[in-house]
Design a protein around this ligand. Sequence first.
Ligand SMILES: [Zn+2]
Length: 89
Amino acid sequence: MSMNNRNSSKYYADSITRVTDPFWKVTCGGCGHTYLSCIAISNCPTCGCPDGERFLGETPYDEVIAERVEPKMNFASEEARKIYYEKSE
Ligand SMILES: [Zn+2]
């Protein structure tokens, strides 16, 4: 029977992370704090640093980017904006 592929190809506001993907695990390059983010572009909630070591589940950032594209914030849809602000507060 048909799977609902339309749903599984929905992306978060960074335009590369699918809503079905695991969270990004980020180790901050500034303070070393580890946090979770639903998008590939994120600032450390502790010190605000935008750099860090990122893994999408078990997959390093570079591998994800090699398979997909560079992340790019997309505020075109209301849903994307909502997710971004929910996670950033
Ligand atoms: Zn930090």
